[in-house]
Design a protein around this ligand. Structure first.
Ligand SMILES: [Zn+2]
Length: 262
């Protein structure tokens, strides 16, 4: 058996043209499938749900759906946005998720790419973020997901030094059960249908093999083009919403590209 960790960001009651936003109805159908697979007698693939950023829809829409189907998910929180940024959860929301049995992890303090950080900045993004979550939730926090999926060896070392035992990346790959200290994930977009997801969750999935290959090409493009150009292209490809919206993974084409998609 292996696990596949799936990465979500935001849900909305109605469809959006932005591919990082999933309609609630689609998410519920997916969770229904995951619940069936998780509860199977001898499952060959175990799907796992994760959310990045801490969007308010995680509490408003995702939590009730997960509870209806008895599925536990990881919620990775951009700590500096909590109770600060409109559209993101506050501490009461996070405590409610925690008390409902969901797993809260960190997603940095400011969503800055950790590969761009000095030692002092890493302290804030990793150590201070973990401490704030632990203080507010009165619970141990040991999981961290990397903003924009970016990391190098120093970043991983800093994560482990800060007390995170599991670091979640955005590299699509299957994981053993239980997983190791670095965990890959598959970013789920609104364009991905239920049949596609079903094929992804097959043992020896050719769909997963294709994703793995595409990711290797994407990584090569990132290192060739650099963050700024890659970000501009990403906005075009993913039909970035036209309004000025400082949220989440939405990169701005004019800035230095500090918030990046995974
Ligand atoms: Zn993020």
């Amino acid at each position: 058996m292996h696990s596949l960790y799936l990465l979500y960001h935001e849900l909305r009651p109605t469809p959006s043209s932005y591919t990082y936003v999933l309609p609630c109805e689609d998410f519920e159908k997916q969770v229904e499938l995951f619940a069936q697979m998780q509860q199977a007698k001898s499952p060959s693939v175990r799907p796992e749900v994760t959310f990045d950023d801490g969007h308010i829809s995680n509490y408003e829409y995702a939590l009730p759906i997960l509870q209806r189907h008895n599925v536990q998910a990881h919620f990775f929180i951009t700590v500096g946005w909590t109770a600060q940024r409109p559209g993101y959860m506050d501490w009461n929301h996070l405590r409610a998720l925690h008390q409902a049995g969901q797993i809260i992890g960190a997603h940095g303090w400011s969503h800055t790419l950790l590969t761009h950080c000095s030692k002092e900045q890493l302290q804030k993004e990793l150590v201070d973020a973990r401490k704030a979550l632990q203080d507010h939730l009165s619970a141990d926090v040991t999981t961290m997901s990397l903003p924009g999926g970016r990391f190098n060896r120093q970043v991983l070392e800093a994560c482990h030094e800060a007390g995170y035992t599991q670091v979640f990346t955005s590299i699509p790959r299957k994981e053993p059960v239980p997983p190791g200290s670095e965990i890959g994930r598959i970013n789920i977009l609104a364009t991905m249908t239920l049949p596609w997801l079903t094929s992804l969750l097959q043992p020896q999935s050719p769909t997963l093999a294709k994703l793995e290959q595409r990711d290797r090409i994407k990584s090569a493009a990132k290192s060739l083009l650099g963050d700024r150009l890659y970000t501009s292209l990403w906005g075009l490809v993913n039909r970035q919403e036209p309004e000025i919206d400082p949220q989440a993974e939405r990169p701005t084409t004019s800035s230095a590209g500090k918030t990046l998609p995974s």
